[in-house]
Design a protein around this ligand. Sequence first.
Ligand code: ATP
Ligand code: MG
Length: 752
Amino acid sequence: PPAQADKPLPSLDASQRIAADHEGGPALVEAGPGTGKTRTLIGRIERLLETGVDPRSILALTFSNKAAREIKERIARTIPSANELWAGTFHAFGLELLRKHAALAGLQEPVRIVDPADALERLESLLPSLDLHYYLRLSDPLALMQPILGAISRAKDELCTPEQYAALAEQMQAHAVTDEAREAAAKAAEVARVYGRYEAMLREQGGVDFGDLIWRTITLLEQNDDLLAMIRAQFPHVLVDEYQDVNRASSRLLKLIAGDGRNLWVVGDVRQSIYRFRGASPANMRLFAQDFPGAVVLPLKFNYRSGQQIVDTYTAFARSLDDPVWRAAGQLEAIRGSGIRPKLVIAPTLDAEVAAIAHAIEAHRADGIPFRDQAIVVRTHTHAERVAERLQALGVPSMYLGDIFERDEVRNLLAVVSFVAEPSRGALLRLAITQSYRMGLADVRSFLELAHAADRSPLASLSDPAVIAACAAPARAALERLRDDLAGLRFESTVAEVLNHVLFERRALIDEFLEQPGSGGEQRRLAIFQLLQFAAEHFDPRKGNPKKNLLRWIRRLEQFGEERALRELPAAAASIDAVRLMTVHASKGLEFPVVFVPYLATRHFPQSNRGKLCPPPEGMLRAEDIHDQFEEESLFYVALSRARDHLHLSRSEVLGSQKASESKFLPSIVARLELVRVPNTELLLAGDDLPARPELKLEPEIHDARDLDQYERCPRKYAYAKSLGLRASRDDDGYVLFHRAVYAVLSWVLQE
Ligand code: ATP
Ligand code: MG
């Protein structure tokens, strides 16, 4: 067979080649956006493999599974043995070690991961028994679990135990002079208490959460010299992408694995440090030479991603900032030439702003850039939802890549599944307080206590007249309705039965979400659809055992924890031609021919009040890392630097009912932008200048007409598709692409 290695490797320029070829000692490749850091990392791996290095001795650590997959795929194209190299996230690496050495790490086998959505459910189940004085004054007790969980996971990033957390809270209390400081100390003490309970529960149930994947691995390696020596011997080549996002925990793990760092080779850009809220510290970048003696810092010279005018725009922004790190931003030369001048659209309202975006999207599409190559990058999930809603109304298909497993409707659906499989307190709590049942926390608590006293599971207690009779009247009615809605489901039910039940027989369980008007409801339906699609992708009844026990299904879902946390489309959906809508955080490392950055108004970008609900206790973070503004600045810098050809910034003059002034990030770059004022929406849409939607083409791999016919002939599937708001008409290309996937999912759910 022809030697694959004969194929020419992707070319590197001189500075990239020097970096990729570096030998003898730790190296940090530090360079700006789009300079080919990731590409150089890939080039180095290829070079190592070419020179005969065993792929199994290479460890490439990234911050997302997607990045790791890309590295592997790109190398596999030229070097087939590449799939033997280890490329993955720090978390995945930790998980693998913990799985292999579970006993040594003091973990039960098989190691169970508790992912964020799951952890939330567990915290919720503790809620009735937690006495949260400060936090429970908030109206929605479930809404505070997310920030508390966030605070706990930040503590884990800092390797701060519940006891240490409590000690910090005590110190805060001792030094508090104002009411505000006393309240902050009291809140920190409550978080410390929840943290302690949460840890105890994890230990009891034998699960590990994401934070533990790193922390437990550190402990494992620190306490087992032989294992550590073995790991070091196994991976003489350690590479890290996006080094600026290393936090205290991952940095400690890296130091363990890389030892003196002789074969450590990392790339990063300190100005793109956008995970400071997770403890990422640009200090790690600065301390690289100190941490690894003999380290060299290597630069890259050119920008390959964007036109010069885009590069100059974000460089001007960087240099306008106060911090010396920003001021030192170098002037990069864009290989691709001057390119197109970035635009700033100023619109009277958000409707008009999004209409202008829709208009530009259609225009680019008419020029041959498909929807999927255009991205809208926003600061927050709320922004994404608002933009999605309006795009929807304008008929522009968009995919919003939020984490479906953190969405309410999906968690409700899974709560039913897990309640049936493992009738837990948390699952019941979540169900009982939804709008369909509207039970109060106190009622749920007393029901659970009654069930406990009667020595019955919550599910069984629902049909126990004695338990129900003992509840207060309004709660009784709600519990009876819940019992009726769950009637017919048993512990032994299959996944398909439960989904069928929830989606067809007893819609009450999720109606609250499906019935919501407008595109909020649309997004929710889409999320449920994505869940089904995810399920179908991982549990194909034709390949495996069609009657899967529920509990096993949930366990399997848990194993995809890593994947769940990754805000990414399922593979099958990646080919869907829809505009990519994502947060800046999710856009890291990515590039698109066309990028829109909307909502550039005060209070929206930058955000000013992040993390107020559960701020980290004083003393946990290094003083130099407490600098929220730097992170907001980095986020803007990252957003601007994702564009290859077209960068469209925009803002509205009125948001909500208030006048909105421009983001304070704009003045430093406005001179470089082409200003466009758009009139209000009606005028824009009334014109016939919106291009006519092209004829729908059916792409054979994505769907074919026969499937569609079949689907239309099947009344149950059709009914479901209609309830999802999916119209099966052929002239609607926004939705038609989903039909085939829906069809596949439904075939699976309905087993027909
Ligand atoms: P970020 O800071 O956003 O992570 P990066 O520095 O990792 O960016 P890459 O994503 O590796 O940059 O590269 C940016 C783009 O430039 C990619 O499309 C890449 O293929 C291209 N590129 C990089 N180096 C070269 C080169 N020597 N020749 C041609 N194209 C290149
Ligand atoms: Mg990169």
